[in-house]
Design a protein around this ligand. Structure first.
Ligand code: AMP
Ligand code: MG
Length: 345
């Protein structure tokens, strides 16, 4: 199959919409990352998402809508969700609802709940409006690889597998949406993202807890509240290790680790904050943004990780952010890219 990469304009949006309506896959930009979309009510179309990504069938998808009126056909909506939708939709918040039969089990991996969000990106919103369908869309990467934040990243993974990629430029947020479960009495963040814990708490007026496996691997007997948490994810081909601790100790340790690895002949680099690029000049520093601006680090993270593969890096050491607010979303992705290997300097 030939894959077209087209700038998102009126013509390509019409083409994308008719492809979706006929059961084909289309990759499109959202404010978080690029999504790989299919008609969420068409089981065969949904199954082809799993094939294109090599995604395990037990990892459910997020359904994207452009209007709350679409919820009627998809799910039931508890009162508690209304102020959240008022505050954060359209935007990077995914909420779990009890699903209705119009959504095939393939979308939810057989779970009784369906994850729904309303993206704010103008291209995503126009596409959803034009096709009129709820669109199931996971991130448009091959399963396990870093999520795509640019159309070229999607092409790297999906060339020959899907008919169309809409190019809307780089994604703003850069990490995936926050996934929130309201169903167990107290609200729980299953995946941290662009809408932070404090933002949710300020609207709900109650404490929001974090799923246990956000900053550590699942224990062998632990049930994943969010099935995606079971899998290795966001990982470049290089072996990634995080280094945390007091600033000067971290910088010294990064230099020492870099020297050790390069002495063994391994192609090595350091992911560091803008503030430290100069001090780490001898360690092939890759600037991931300022530690004072976790949003900037989130915005750059996945393209930095993908860049490591293009450079053929074998060993990577990275600085860490405090795991709070957007820093939590960054550390969840970075932690999983590193399979939670951490050195305390
Ligand atoms: P992605 O599409 O790559 O952004 O991944 C979607 C994420 O949403 C995965 O981590 C899923 O585990 C999670 N998810 C989707 N639907 C559900 C659901 N019904 N219950 C719990 N987690 C879900
Ligand atoms: Mg994904």
């Amino acid at each position: 199959m030939e894959t077209q990469l087209l700038p998102a304009d009126g013509n390509s949006l019409s083409l994308a919409s008719s492809l979706l309506r006929s059961g084909c896959l289309v990759a499109f930009p959202t404010e978080t990352v690029y999504g790989l979309g299919a008609d969420a009510t068409n089981e065969q179309a949904v199954l082809s998402i799993f094939r294109a990504k090599g995604r395990p069938a037990d990892n459910p998808l997020i359904v994207h809508i452009h209007s709350r009126s679409q919820l009627r056909d998809i799910c039931t909506v508890p009162d508690q969700a209304v102020p959240l939708m008022d505050a954060f939709w359209p935007g990077p918040l995914t909420i779990l609802f009890n699903k209705l039969p119009s959504i095939p089990d393939a979308v939810t991996a057989g779970l009784p709940t369906v994850a729904v969000r309303m993206p704010s990106h103008p291209v995503a919103a126009s596409l959803l409006r034009e096709c009129g369908l709820p669109v199931a869309a996971p991130s448009a990467n091959s399963s396990g690889r870093p999520s795509p934040t640019r159309a070229e990243d999607v092409l790297e993974d999906m060339n020959g597998k899907i008919p169309l990629i809409l190019d809307g430029g780089p994604c703003d947020v850069g990490v995936e949406s926050t996934v929130l479960d309201l169903g167990h009495g107290a609200p729980v963040i299953l995946r941290p993202g662009g809408v932070t814990r404090k933002m949710l708490e300020s609207v709900l007026g109650q404490e929001v807890s974090l799923a246990g496996s956000i900053l550590r691997p699942l224990k062998p007997d632990e049930k994943a509240l969010s099935p995606g948490m079971r899998y290795k994810h966001y990982a470049p081909r290089a072996s990634v290790t995080l280094v945390d601790g007091e600033e000067s100790a971290v910088l010294a340790r990064l230099q020492e680790l870099y020297r050790q690895e390069t002495a063994q002949g391994r192609k090595t680099c350091v992911l560091c904050f803008s503030e430290h690029v100069e001090q780490l000049q001898s360690c092939s520093p890759h600037d991931i943004g300022s530690s004072a601006h976790p949003e900037e680090v989130a915005h750059r993270l996945f393209s930095s990780l993908r860049g490591l593969d293009r450079e053929g890096m074998e060993v990577v050491f990275s600085e860490v952010l405090p795991p709070e607010e957007m820093g939590l979303a960054v550390m969840n992705r970075l932690g999983r890219a590193a399979a939670f290997r951490i050195i305390h300097a």
